[in-house]
Design a protein around this ligand. Structure first.
Ligand code: MSP
Length: 640
């Protein structure tokens, strides 16, 4: 493939620190870009930071520093982080770069000169989190659905871009060009959105309200709306209008974005490009979101995952692998450290790592530390080679179709096929008989040769680990060319150093699970008591907590402390439950109260009475207070 490939990530807002969502987009872009390079394309990979707008000013104010100092600091955090995640971007753009500013002003002037920008009085609902005006129809109970707070009402004179004029054109493009937006359901979302009349886009903010932005070239009292400024980074970075890079790469531009910014990229951006006379992008590639242990990632929930802390726990390459393998491209996926460790142990330690280790060790032990010669190959070798020839093609197709998860699933399958092959051929048995030596050589050569191909396929995802794997196979550190990823090209007699396990099995400690969900900037949150014996969420889920209603209650004659209640748990019968609350409550006080009950505690006999659960009380230094459920929650309802 000798084509040209230009891919961008969104430029990230610098109002908060980088998190695992940013890391995912950038890693996925990096991986796809590295694959294109491997396939022989001339590639360009752009990322950067989005530094203007109200949101940034508000964050700077909160930090007590001026916006420029603030954006410099956070932008640097992004720039510093990428090498730690093995990101190989060609350029990092900042919207505060003078060249970018000049480009935005030039394009605005051009569109203004064409009469496509006009001034009018406007009243609208602005969400600072989204940095855009919202339609009434987008609100849920008066709130922005993404940021869960009410937008602010602004009434002011502003400049507008005649976006409505492009509605027909855009609709036609989207309908005609099936591959313009991937996955297709996001294209459908855009087509659906265009069923309603498209509004003109407000592209300015009065300086009286917001100074932090790029001044409009035709009115010094205004700055440019942050999205109009930000989207143009994709072209300004290349030196629009006559930079060499622009001429070379622009016709091949692919934008990778998360689904949260579909509207700005799928509606605003093509209209802006059309108006400015730039060719529209070749493809918009949209991925889903990582949710953390089932909930949306948010600062207020304290579950924002810090990529660097995660990398320290899993290793960079294993983290990259997990991100790409576990998110079906375009869909949402759940992120927990437990899932990441499971994936690591399954795919990397037990499957691929084991294959690499055992094929090298057995070859070294039986063939003086070298790759054995390939003897006569039988049907089983032929079949394996064919699945690899087919497999490499399929792999490439999945990558070109922006389905890295399927490509990696295929690699895991190929790897398990080689492991199966080894198990069937039993080289350890062949090694015992001298007359089986040729066969032994064939089996081990085949296993090593297939492993070499897998190393080549995994290289863009795990560059550091695969460089080590190449060394272990005696291949040196240079990357394996894509054309060489075909069976039979491993050289017999190559010396292989003693292998070090590349993917030792990982243990998941309970403490690690917790820290994965509550770390930020490498610091653990909510884990004040380091010596605490944590237990996992799965263990918590084993407990059945229910709302119950105490129907009758009596004192146990033989005890001063115990009460015995009959409790309705919505089961069609009453349970007998003994509790040690007689010193704090009379039976009458407890009767009819709605309580919380541990419903799956093993039944026991206390003072001759069966107790089939536990009613929950708070225990303040021995003083018990009943924990009540509200009256409108019915007996039998689950408590989480
Ligand atoms: N500055 C704008 C983009 C302007 S592009 C011209 C912006 N920045 S952002 O910092 O909020 O980053 C949004 C992007 O971060 C998403 O589109 C996505 O790529 C990534 N992610 C943010 N949260 C995410 C998840 N929970 N999961 C996966 N990626 C997500 O919007």
């Amino acid at each position: 493939m000798n084509d040209i490939f230009y891919i961008s990530t969104p430029i990230y807002y610098v109002n908060s620190h980088p998190h695992i969502g940013h890391a995912y987009t950038t890693v996925a872009t990096d991986v796809l870009n590295r694959f294109r390079k491997l396939f022989g394309s001339d590639t360009y990979f752009l990322t950067g930071t989005d530094e203007h707008g109200q949101k940034i000013v508000e964050s700077a104010l909160k930090s007590g520093i001026d916006p420029q100092e603030f954006v410099d600091k956070i932008s640097q955090e992004f720039q510093d982080m990428w090498p730690h995640l093995h990101i190989e971007n060609d350029q990092f753009i900042r919207t505060t770069d003078p060249l970018h500013k000049a480009c935005v002003q030039q394009i605005l002037q051009n569109i203004y000169d064409q009469g496509e920008i006009y001034l009018k009085e406007y009243e609208g609902l602005y969400c600072v989190g989204c940095e855009r005006f919202l339609d009434e129809s987008e609100l849920v109970e008066g709130n922005c659905p993404d940021h869960q707070n009410p937008p602010q009402l602004y009434k002011e004179q502003n400049y507008f871009f005649r976006m409505s004029a492009y509605q027909g054109w855009l609709e036609k493009e989207l309908v005609q060009n099936e591959n313009w937006v991937y996955p297709g359901r996001y294209r459908n979302e855009l087509i659906q959105f265009l069923k309603a009349p498209l509004q003109d886009l407000c592209i300015s903010r009065p300086k009286s309200r917001l100074k932090w932005g790029i001044e409009l070239p035709f009115d010094k009292n205004y700055v440019t709306y942050v999205w109009f400024d930000a989207l143009l980074n994709y072209a300004s970075a290349l030196g629009w209008p006559d930079g060499e890079k622009y001429k070379k790469y622009w016709p091949h531009v692919h934008h990778m974005i998360g689904k949260d910014i579909l509207k700005t990229h799928g509606i605003y951006w093509p209209c802006m490009l059309k108006a400015a006379g730039l060719p529209v992008f070749k493809k918009l590639v949209v991925h889903g979101h990582w949710v953390i242990g089932g909930s949306k990632m948010s600062k207020s929930l304290g579950n924002v995952v810090d990529p660097l802390a995660m990398k320290d726990q899993l290793g960079v390459d294993s983290l990259r692998y997990f991100l790409l393998r576990d998110m079906s491209f375009g869909e949402d996926a759940n992120f927990t450290e437990e899932l990441a460790v499971k994936r690591y142990n399954g795919d990397l330690a037990n499957n691929f790592g084991n294959l690499l280790n055992r094929s090298i060790s057995m070859s070294r032990n039986n063939f003086e530390g070298c790759v054995p010669p390939l003897g006569e190959a039988g049907e089983v070798e032929e079949n394996l080679r064919n699945s690899f020839i087919e497999g490499v093609k399929k792999f490439q197709e999945h990558i070109l179709a922006f389905q890295p998860h399927r490509a990696l699933e295929h690699v895991a399958w190929l790897s398990s096929q080689v492991n199966k092959y080894i198990d069937i051929c039993k080289p350890w048995t062949l090694a015992k008989q001298l007359e089986d030596r040729e066969r032994l050589g064939t089996v081990l050569y085949t296993a090593l040769d297939m492993t070499r191909i897998l190393v080549g396929l995994l290289d863009p995802v795990m560059p550091e680990k695969m460089s080590e794997a190449r060394k272990s196979l005696g291949l040196g550190t240079g990357k394996i060319a894509f054309e060489k990823l075909t069976p039979g090209l491993l050289e017999a007699g190559t010396k292989m150093p003693e292998p070090k396990p590349l993917f030792p099995k990982m243990k998941l400690s309970a403490e690690e699970i917790i820290s994965s969900e509550v770390t930020q900037n490498g610091k653990k949150l909510n884990t004040a008591d380091e010596n605490k014996e944590w237990f996992a969420f799965d263990d918590f889920q084993k407990m059945e907590l229910k709302v119950g209603q105490i129907k009758t209650c009596r004192k146990l004659e033989k005890s001063a402390k115990l009460l015995c209640s009959e409790v309705d748990l919505g089961e069609g019968r009453l349970r007998s439950i003994v509790s040690g609350a007689a010193e704090f409550y009379t039976p009458e006080e407890l009767t009819n109260r709605r309580v919380l009950v541990v419903a799956n505690l093993k039944p026991v006999k206390l003072m001759g009475e069966i107790s089939e659960g536990m009613i929950l009380f708070s225990d303040d230094k021995g003083k018990l207070v009943l924990i009540e459920a509200p009256d409108h929650v019915n007996p039998g309802v689950t408590v989480r």
